[in-house]
Design a protein around this ligand. Structure first.
Ligand code: PGA
Length: 254
């Protein structure tokens, strides 16, 4: 049985004061929930240390939103795996569609970043998903396959608990539209099949595949009830404690 994961991607929101307040509120309101599923938050870089400090006595895990593939050197503006690890991050998001869309992230750079995350003991949350145009032109599975094959090239995962996939249809992110349950389950089954092709059936059956894109308390239960959906990567709704906690409650069937 795969333990569910609810991860909040805060994107470019919450300064250090907002971060402390939100983490405190989550701890207060969610105290009976910790342990029923894994909870991860991904604040912006400047708020990571505050989040880690506030969450240190809890089961809330803290993730970076990106990392660079080199460990150190002349790479102005970049943050490396060892830096995230040193301050206490456990996870890092790699290949989010906003990175792909606005910052030139490619399957090749995603691949190098996943390698760097694993090399530094961070659990990558590998994001993939098709755009509306790709879906409408019937190339969804071709696009996803390329993202998987190129993004995971030469990687060998032997501990399924230390690798997370997030399927996020780009057209569902921040739009209020979610994939239909059958549509989402179909993709998750496909992704799991591809992972089985890469790393074998046993590993693939234990890797958590999250769904992302306009997840909220009202749809979390149905989405996370799909057999191959093992949790959610939450953007907008992770910025409000009540919504985020609501998703955890719904997602874990309480
Ligand atoms: P959303 O974002 O929940 O606001 O749609 C999800 C994401 O981008 O991870």
């Amino acid at each position: 049985m795969r333990k569910k994961i609810v991860a909040g991607n805060w994107k470019m929101n919450n300064n250090t004061a907002d971060t402390r307040n939100l983490v405190k509120e989550l701890i207060l309101k969610g105290k009976n929930l910790w342990g029923k599923c894994e909870v991860i938050i991904a604040p912006p870089f400047t708020s990571l240390a505050s989040a880690i400090e506030e969450a240190r006595e809890t089961k809330i895990q803290v993730s970076g939103q990106d990392l660079f593939w080199e460990d150190k050197g002349a790479f102005t503006g970049q943050i490396s795996g060892p830096m995230l690890k040193e301050i206490g991050c456990s996870h890092v998001i790699v290949g989010h569609s906003e990175r792909r869309q606005y910052f030139g992230e490619t399957n090749q750079s995603v691949n190098k970043k996943i390698v760097a995350a694993i090399r530094n003991g961070l659990i990558p949350i590998f994001c993939l998903g098709e755009t509306l145009q790709e879906r409408e032109s019937g190339s969804t599975f071709e696009v996803l396959k390329r993202q998987l094959v190129e993004g995971l090239k030469s990687l060998v995962i032997d501990n399924p608990l230390r690798f997370i996939v997030a399927y996020e249809p780009v057209w569902a992110i921040g739009t209020g539209k979610t994939a239909g349950l059958e549509q989402a389950q179909e993709v998750h089954t496909f992704v799991r099949g591809e992972l089985a092709g890469l790393w074998g059936k046993k590993i693939a059956s234990e890797i958590r595949i999250l769904y992302g894109g306009s997840v909220k308390p009202a749809n979390a239960h149905d989405l996370m009830g799909c057999p191959d959906i093992d949790g959610g990567l939450i953007g907008g709704a992770s910025l409000k404690a009540d919504d985020f906690i609501g998703i955890i409650e719904q997602g874990t069937g309480i």
